[in-house]
Design a protein around this ligand. Structure first.
Ligand code: FAD
Ligand code: DLZ
Ligand code: SF4
Length: 512
């Protein structure tokens, strides 16, 4: 009697825990491209191409390694449209003693998988998700009893546990964090290396045609698809990043540039989140580059912190706080999502640039997501469910376990500070300092009031003013509220009026 190992579209690695006890004589793998997973939100077209093509390549790799694999294409006659029906159908054709599946990345799917045993009357083994370094128990042991759950302290524990960038028990270089060196904007005509571009092969071309026809109403552009779709390709992207861009990753981590979202970032989030790359091998590559003297400590540490710190932390945070995490709305935000998040049509150049990058590439880097697109959602009070869904749709690396903590807890402060010590709210001057967007904007970042003034300027004060009951007592907000209380009242009221006018325009779907 054999087992059926169900492999999900984001579990694409031969080292996944569900394959650990696979018997090549008796067992079978099932992978299926199903409508339910491709449309539970209307994912960006490029994300679907990436996932389906990577699934097809991985299934071929498994077969080449002697794993008997049943692969169900999206347009196959026996495609049942959802994972459960596909598993049920497969079980009706073969005799399996048990089903094995690695712990799904999203809560909704875990809940669903947990019903299979009783519905199918067969043992279902859920094996631990080993695409992460920390277990869920490690996170909950760390989190239990804490009043605050700051990433920085979790990250230090992870550094100690893994001995990464450690000199005995001390952090290499003497500091845990080199962020102070990592806030440099670009000068004029910066020399930016090109990102790694991979031409689609025959498998990807077939999927491109499928997505073009079956998902034509989804967001995003399909042209110039250049993501890796195999582990080998993803390792190539990683290696080019370590060789060419990591050296400047640190200093330009927060910088933004019109027409180029890629910059010195690694562009590997989608590969980590589908298993094509594993986090520890990425961290080791960056640590080695530092130890060999190829990159400075601020770049190596800054990059490693994103993966060993933030990525591990948000995944632990998600499972620790779900399902209530999804319901948080501390600031009682209820605005509908403005149309420009889909169309890019707004006179606010920073927003238009970031939406257009997203539409074209299914990618925008962290500061674009946080300090432009997120900042606008925070300041204008967009309803958490609407903006969460947008983020889950538009990025090729988006899965709820990582998207939800970043959007609800980091961007929207919807959990009243479990993740962030204060809201990441900023006026136009931050965007102007870190980008060249303002140079070609219809609005003037220097003006605080009036029809030409940058909307971020008055929206920022409107936000602080309308939420003062909830935010004033926050120790990290004391200085800004003290500045607010010393402001010229006439000018301040003018800003509030301008913000009200702007919000009304937004409400009426007028162009902003
Ligand atoms: P790099 O800047 O090169 O960073 C390296 C890696 O570190 C990333 O690939 C990622 O795996 C990890 N990382 C960095 N920051 C974070 C973070 N805050 N949380 C978790 N991992 C992190 N990341 C996703 O993987 N999926 C998402 O859906 C997602 N949604 C986000 C939404 C918002 C509002 C914000 C502010 C951030 C979001 N992030 C998300 C985190 C981050 O923006 C992306 O991981 C990053 O931009 C991916 O590009 P990169 O691979 O070039 O990253
Ligand atoms: C993202 C995705 C997409 C677009 N399609 C599929 C699919 O057809 N079949 C599948 O097994 N997985 C897919 N995935 C990945 C799942 O949505 C993912 O496993 C869950 O969101 C949990 O992280
Ligand atoms: Fe954005 Fe304001 Fe700068 Fe325009 S002026 S690009 S709206 S920050």
């Amino acid at each position: 009697m054999s087992q059926l190992v169900v492999i999900l579209g984001d579990h694409l690695n031969t080292k996944i825990s569900s394959l650990a006890n696979f018997n090549k004589e008796t067992d079978k793998v099932l992978m299926s491209e199903v409508k339910e997973e491709a449309t539970y939100v209307k994912h960006h077209k490029k994300k679907i191409v990436f996932v389906f093509s990577a699934m097809r390549h991985f299934s071929n790799e498994l077969q080449n390694h002697g794993f008997a694999t049943i692969y169900v294409k999206y347009d196959a006659a026996d495609n049942h449209g959802c994972l459960f029906e596909q598993v049920k159908y497969t079980c009706s054709l073969h005799t399996f003693k048990s089903i094995t599946i690695m712990h799904p990345g999203e809560y909704r799917l875990l809940e669903e998988v947990m019903t299979w045993e009783s519905k199918l009357n067969i043992t279902v083994n859920i094996t631990p998700d080993n695409r992460f370094i920390a277990t869920q128990t490690f996170f909950s042991d760390w989190a239990d009893g804490r009043k605050q759950y700051r990433m920085e302290f979790f990250y230090r524990e992870m550094r100690k546990q893994t001995n990464v960038l450690m000199d005995d028990k001390q952090p290499m270089g003497g500091k845990w964090n080199y962020d102070a060196d990592n806030r440099k904007p670009f000068g004029k005509n910066p020399d930016i290396p090109s990102r790694t571009l991979l031409a689609p092969d025959a498998i990807t071309n077939e999927v491109l045609t499928l997505v073009e026809t079956q998902f034509s109403d989804h967001f995003g552009e399909l042209s110039n698809f250049a993501f890796a779709t195999t582990r080998e390709g993803a390792l190539g992207v990683l290696s080019e990043f370590i060789k060419i861009r990591l050296v400047d990753y640190g200093q330009y981590q927060d910088a933004m540039l019109e027409g180029n979202p890629w910059l010195f970032h690694s562009h590997i989030g989608l590969y980590l989140n589908t298993g094509l790359l594993m986090p520890y091998e990425v961290i080791q590559a960056a640590e080695e580059a530092f130890l060999n003297g190829h990159v400075p400590i601020n770049s190596a540490e800054g990059f490693i912190r994103q993966i060993l710190g933030w990525r591990e932390y948000v995944r632990g945070f998600y499972w620790y706080f779900m399902p209530s995490l999804k319901e948080n709305n501390y600031l009682e935000a209820k605005r509908a999502l403005p149309d420009f998040y889909w169309t890019g049509k707004t006179r606010m150049n920073c927003l238009s640039q970031c939406v257009n990058d997203t539409k074209e590439h299914a990618y925008a880097h962290h500061i674009q997501r946080l300090m432009v697109l997120g900042n606008f959602a925070l300041l204008t009070g967009i309803e958490p469910k609407a903006i969460n869904e947008w983020y889950l749709v538009v990025y090729a690396d988006a899965y709820e376990w990582v998207e939800l903590p970043n959007v609800s807890s980091m961007v929207l402060f919807a959990d009243a500070g479990n993740l962030a010590s204060k809201p990441y709210a900023a006026s136009g001057s931050y965007i102007n300092k870190m980008s060249n967007y303002c140079k070609s904007c219809d609005y003037s970042v220097k003006e605080k009031t009036g029809t030409q003034a940058c909307p971020f300027n008055y929206l920022y004060w409107h936000f602080l003013h309308r939420h003062q009951d909830k935010l004033r007592s926050n120790p990290r907000m004391g200085m800004i509220y003290s500045t607010m209380s010393k402001m010229d009242q006439t000018k301040f009221n003018h800003m509030l009026d301008d913000a009200d006018t702007f919000l009304l325009k937004l409400e009426n779907n007028e162009e902003i």
